[in-house]
Design a protein around this ligand. Structure first.
Ligand SMILES: Cc1ncc(C[n+]2csc(CCOP(=O)(O)OP(=O)(O)O)c2C)c(N)n1
Ligand SMILES: [Mg+2]
Length: 293
């Protein structure tokens, strides 16, 4: 189904994102789904730069830049202030990177989720600390080159399961999404807007310089992530189990995804098999065995 997408733009031209940045395209579409009564809270990340330097801004909705570790706490306060002023129709959205979510902002995220704060937390996950030069985060997949994992074969680490961590807080809504699947993305942002309580959307957000791909391949590589089951599109059901919102047809292999990016250049066939095993275990945890073999 194609959504009746508004022609209104809440993200303007002249932003400072790299060509092919998944996080900039995602913001444009997220705001179209959420509408003008949205307040965006951004901790230190690429988006601190993308939005532009004060007094200019690429967004035509209110935007609050906050310290790295504090996004969920600041958004909680903004939302409570809105409620005190009876502006209950507004959506307060955290827009944080993986470093600001999986690592340094995790305590604030956990606190806000535990208090069931009425905020929408969106993590755009480009799988490293990109803004400061591609350092490894706990969202970086095993085997990926970063400037702090130059060999790229840190298999004792694997991507932190942020979805299970958030689910353990009994949130109001959880989903994974990717802008390469716009219908699915829109539907989830609209649901996230309408839900009351703590809501979490995990966006896979391709980064051409960090993933070492050509910018024109950004959406193609995003699709390979979903089709190969590296990043399944999921949504929390009423009983808080996860269900797929999109079923890959099984024609894309993990190796297709790996080979599309130079950050995985050092992986051998055996490494790719270990990667596949990790993904299988994780998907099995999320979907209770309902995965492709
Ligand atoms: C307390 C603190 N430590 C470090 C920094 C430097 N810093 C700014 S942005 C950033 C990287 C953020 O990574 P992530 O959250 O993944 O967002 P991305 O840059 O990838 O968009 C870092 C380390 C900071 N601003 N504040
Ligand atoms: Mg990042």
């Amino acid at each position: 189904m194609l959504w009746n997408v508004t022609t209104a733009e809440y993200m303007n031209r002249g932003h400072m994102a790299c060509p092919g940045c998944g996080a900039s395209l995602s913001m444009r579409h997220a705001l179209k789904a959420l509408g003008e009564s949205t307040i965006v809270v951004i901790p230190a990340c690429c988006w601190s730069i993308i939005a532009g330097i004060f007094p200019t801004t690429a967004l035509s909705v209110p935007l609050l830049h906050v310290p790295f570790a504090t996004a969920a706490a600041c958004a909680s306060g903004v939302r409570r202030a809105q409620v005190a002023k009876k502006r209950t129709e507004s959506t307060v959205m955290v827009w944080a990177g993986d470093g600001g979510t999986f690592d340094i902002g995790l305590q604030a995220l956990s606190g806000a989720a535990d208090r069931h704060e009425d905020i929408l937390y969106v993590c755009y996950d480009n799988e490293a600390y990109m803004n400061t030069g591609i350092q490894q985060s706990s969202a970086t997949p095993c085997g990926a080159w970063t400037s702090t994992s130059p060999g790229g074969k840190e298999f004792e680490y694997q991507k932190k399961d942020i979805i299970s961590i958030v689910l353990a807080h009994a949130p109001a809504y959880v989903a994974t999404a990717c802008v390469a699947y716009p219908d699915d993305f829109y539907a989830k942002m609209v649901k996230a807007k309408q839900a009351k309580g703590f809501r979490f959307v995990h966006l896979l957000s391709v980064c051409p310089p960090g993933w070492k791909i050509d910018s024109q391949d950004a959406l193609k590589v995003s699709r390979l992530a979903v089709e190969s089951d590296v990043f399944p599109l999921l949504e929390m059901a009423e009983d808080r189990s996860l269900r797929r919102t999109y079923e890959p047809d099984g024609t894309v292999q993990l190796s297709d995804y790996i080979q599309s990016q130079k950050r995985f250049r050092s992986l051998t066939r055996e490494d790719i098999q270990r990667f596949a095993d990790q993904i299988k275990v994780r998907n099995n945890r999320w979907l209770g065995g309902a995965i492709r073999s």
